[in-house]
Design a protein around this ligand. Structure first.
Ligand code: FAD
Length: 503
């Protein structure tokens, strides 16, 4: 059936504009049947390579003419639970749109922006903006080989989020193809409901074909510092103090992670020093330090032409913190180097085989109200040996997120990202994946059982009642209503397993 529609479409198109589609015979050969998580696999009927927003619209329109076909936009496939897959449906390789479309500088009375294709990698946006114009977006993810459309469909967070907001708070305009195959340009002032629905909308309301991202002058260098805590209470108090400083004294970046008091290269103190930083001297840890320690990571940007004593500002902030004196690691690096700092993790993981192995990751947003109990129960309780990868734990501010977007957040002004980013070697050299998946389930059960105020980031649930609980009654009603408005046949993003396709 799908083939017939595609042949019809190809015939209706000029030869040099023919839509590119590959029918899938062998799931094992098909990248679109897999993702970074490596836990689930779903064989699509076809993979399409749209060269433009019009091509995206054509493919979605064709799917809408069928009784069963679904369409998944696939960014860089860095989901961990099949969210960009379409079992028996059509996967749109959004990287193809990026290859066929140039980024454009837009200068208007409202500011300076870049128009980027939805399938562009943030790394490409960074290099284009800095090299060509000395400009940069304000909000990033830690790792930049993610697509603009993929992170905007979720949130997009990093150490800049507390100050500049997540990536979904740093978009001026979107071009979107909705479930009826129509193209719309939307913004906070035009078709605002569609604009906000799509941001954090898990791909449910439209395919992002273009995003307009605000730019400002890029800093030249970054003062980058890590300090160590033995006490979670002191770590959290300092981190929360830092993220609530007024703009004139705020740092540009605040993150942090838990690590294990051992010399294990992945889980222990060797993971703390930064390039150019000092040696970690464990004898400086206080006598009562427990098995889990915390590293606060901060950064301040330096602009060549600004009269701003960055060393003085950084020093003034750091002097007020209660970290273990002597366990400080500082470096000055270029801005692009700072934003590319986790590339070496990918290189190392590719070398040791953990990049290609399954990644049972768990990302949670947990209210500040409950984070100390979570630390005691989960981090010190269940994960005190580490997880073979980073255990990020850092605060951000609810007020930096627009409540009109589709993202579900805990209550209260301060909440933490807890990201359990497991990079295990493949079994049997590493642990059995089923055990890690079961451990993730136990962590979520513990959160529910203890009444923590939390949300899963990159949520994946199997039942409607779980989704309803995830969003909460009011936001779930809005989510369902928006689905009925923008994708009534439930064609889009079937891998999220929220709404079944309507014939
Ligand atoms: P995909 O996984 O391909 O897609 C994700 C979802 O978005 C799917 O439902 C898909 O259908 C939909 N989608 C994709 N493109 C579009 C589009 N153009 N329009 C509409 N819907 C679309 N996240 C953070 O916030 N901060 C981080 O620091 C961070 N670091 C990461 C590091 C690594 C190594 C990895 C693997 C992931 C990281 N992530 C981080 C998570 C990442 O943001 C998500 O994986 C996200 O889904 C983006 O990945 P992607 O572009 O490959 O999208």
């Amino acid at each position: 059936m799908m083939l017939a529609y595609m042949e019809h479409a190809a015939a209706a198109t000029e030869p040099d504009q023919a839509l590119q589609l590959t029918l899938v015979a062998d799931a094992a050969e098909c990248a679109a049947a897999r993702d970074f998580g490596g836990l689930v696999s779903a064989r699509p009927a076809g993979v399409a390579f749209p060269a433009s927003a019009d091509d995206v619209a054509s493919f979605v329109s064709m799917a809408a003419l069928t009784a069963h076909l679904t369409v998944a936009a696939r960014g860089n496939g860095h989901s961990v639970a099949g969210q960009a897959m379409a079992e028996g449906g059509l996967v749109l390789d959004m990287r193809a749109v990026a290859r066929g479309t140039q980024m454009q500088l837009v200068v208007s009375g409202a500011g300076t922006f870049v128009d980027v294709p939805g399938g562009a990698l943030w790394e490409e946006v960074l290099h284009w903006a800095v090299s060509n114009h000395g400009l940069a977006p304000a909000s990033w993810t830690d790792y930049l080989r993610l697509t603009v459309g993929g992170t905007l469909s979720n949130g997009g967070v990093s150490g800049q989020s507390h100050r500049y907001g997540p990536q979904v708070s740093n978009v001026a305009e979107l071009e979107v193809v909705t479930g009826d195959g129509k193209r719309h340009v939307c913004s906070p002032s035009s078709h605002s409901d569609l604009f906000f629905a799509v941001l954090g909308g898990l791909g449910q309301f439209g395919v992002i074909t273009r995003a307009r991202i605000p730019l400002s002058p890029a800093p030249q260098t970054v003062k980058w510092t890590r300090v160590v805590y033995a006490s979670f209470a002191e770590y959290a108090a300092d981190a929360e103090w830092l993220v609530t400083r007024p703009a004139e004294s705020a740092l540009d970046y605040v993150e942090g992670f838990a690590f294990v008091r051992s010399d294990d290269p992945v889980n222990g103190w060797p993971s703390v020093p930064i390039p150019g930083g000092a040696h970690f001297e464990p004898s400086l840890l206080p006598a009562g330090a427990g098995p889990v320690l915390y590293c606060l990571e901060v950064a301040l940007y330096q602009h060549r032409h600004r009269q701003d004593d960055v060393d003085e500002r950084m020093g003034a902030m750091m002097r007020q913190l209660k970290y273990v004196r002597g366990l400080e690691f500082a470096a000055e690096v270029g801005y692009v180097e700072f934003l590319s700092r986790v590339n070496h993790v990918e290189e190392e993981a590719r070398r040791n085989g953990s990049w290609a192995a399954p990644h049972p990751w768990l990302n949670l947003f947990i209210s500040s109200r409950d984070i100390a109990r979570f630390d005691a129960t989960v981090i010190k309780g269940m994960l005190s040996d580490g997880i073979d990868g980073p255990m990020l734990v850092y605060p951000m501010l609810n007020s930096k997120w627009d409540p009109n977007t589709s993202v579900a957040l805990p209550e209260g002004e301060i909440f933490y990202l807890v990201a359990l980013l497991r990079f295990c070697r493949p079994y049997p050299g590493g642990p059995a994946v089923d055990e890690l998946v079961a451990q993730n389930s136990s962590i979520i059960e513990a959160c529910h059982a203890n009444g923590y105020d939390f949300k899963m980031y990159f949520p994946h649930y199997d039942t409607e009642s779980d989704w309803a609980r995830h969003f909460g009654a009011t936001k779930w009603a809005r989510f369902v209503d928006r689905k009925a408005r923008y994708d009534p046949l439930a064609i889009l993003a079937p891998g999220q397993k929220i709404f079944p396709r309507t014939p």
